[in-house]
Ligand binder design. Structure first.
Ligand code: DON
Length: 309
């Protein structure tokens, strides 16, 4: 199939079939109790093209907890505000460890490996909080509302509270980072902002529309420039190498796109110059990535021949 012949709706329908074949394989995240009630095999997928068309299949308009997908937006908004000094505080290498691991942080003196593991996202949230006069989560929410064209998009307070109540690992990471002098704002403030942006509810359609900023090489929905082309390239590169944690190699092998996962079951992938695609299904693999969403994206890029490779 050449790009000219591509029928996005047909490709999404075929991706849904591939997702359905994984039924029963994933496990819903239960370390955040408010997420545990989701049906592991629910599925949705949406594609937004740079031409402004949106296609969807399954529960593509149903909101879910974006969780770590929000880390893509904290990084984007820190870069958009010129906060490059954050690179003295966070690295850009894959960690090869689980997203909530404490191990590397000790040997690497409180400097997280990359912005997408929890430790790195906590530092990014801290930096964004400083850059926005104490409005980190609200800045992320406002950005999502504007790009998705959905003014009702917001944080689910029950999910944020549930995560705070059970967030011993994140608290340990944040305190350890602070013990190395790598947090500017108080630990409690940073964690509360971090939980608030992770607990944003958005649909596949919303997230695909937002992801278009990276597909358009940094241009917003209103045509204004948020990121330089080079910044968008760099963010896509970190997405490819670190966006799915210790499974980033396998994700690149199967899907071949920059992508960011969340334990709510969503994965937002970018096809630079062409489209953004979001797939969602709550059943996760051991690395915390949605089994059906990976299968669907794998089918999409394999059938279409569209990937960055
Ligand atoms: O901090 C946490 O554990 C969650 N708020 C986010 C983790 C997450 O989504 C990992 N992604 N697959």
């Amino acid at each position: 199939m050449t790009p000219v012949d591509l029928d996005y709706q047909q490709l999404l329908d075929a991706s849904l079939d591939a997702a359905r074949r994984t039924a029963g394989a994933g496990k819903v995240a239960d370390y955040i109790p408010a997420l545990a009630r989701e049906d592991p095999d629910a599925f949705g997928m949406a594609l937004a093209s740079v031409e402004g068309e949106v296609y969807g299949v399954g529960d593509w308009q149903r909101p879910f907890s974006v969780q770590s997908i929000s880390k893509l937006f904290t990084l984007t908004l820190v870069m958009a505000r010129g906060g490059y000094d954050v690179w003295q505080r966070v690295g850009r290498e894959p960690s090869g460890n689980p997203f909530n691991s404490l191990v590397q942080l000790e040997t690497e003196h409180g400097i997280p490996r990359n912005p997408f593991i929890n430790a790195g996202a906590i530092v990014m949230t801290d930096h964004l909080h400083s850059l926005t006069d104490g409005q980190a989560a609200e800045t992320v929410r406002a950005f999502l509302r504007a790009e998705a064209g959905n003014p009702s998009l917001g944080t689910d307070p029950e999910v944020a509270a549930s995560e705070a109540e059970h967030g011993h690992r994140n608290a340990a990471l944040a305190h350890f980072i602070a013990s190395h002098g790598n947090l500017v704002n108080p630990v409690e403030t940073v964690l509360s902002e971090y939980y608030a942006h992770c607990a944003i509810e958005a649909s596949c359609e919303d997230l695909a529309r937002v992801g278009l900023v990276l597909a358009r090489h940094g241009l917003r929905a209103d045509g204004s420039r948020l990121l330089s082309r080079s910044e968008a390239k760099r963010i896509n590169a970190i997405l490819l190498t670190c966006g799915t944690y210790d499974a980033a190699g396998e994700f690149a092998y199967r899907v071949g796109l920059p992508g960011k996962s969340g334990v709510g079951g969503g994965i937002l992938a970018v096809l630079p110059g062409r489209a953004a695609i979001c797939a969602w299904s709550p059943g996760l693999d051991p690395a915390g990535n949605s089994v059906a969403a990976v299968a669907a994206l794998d089918a999409f890029t394999t059938l279409s021949g569209l990937s960055v490779f």
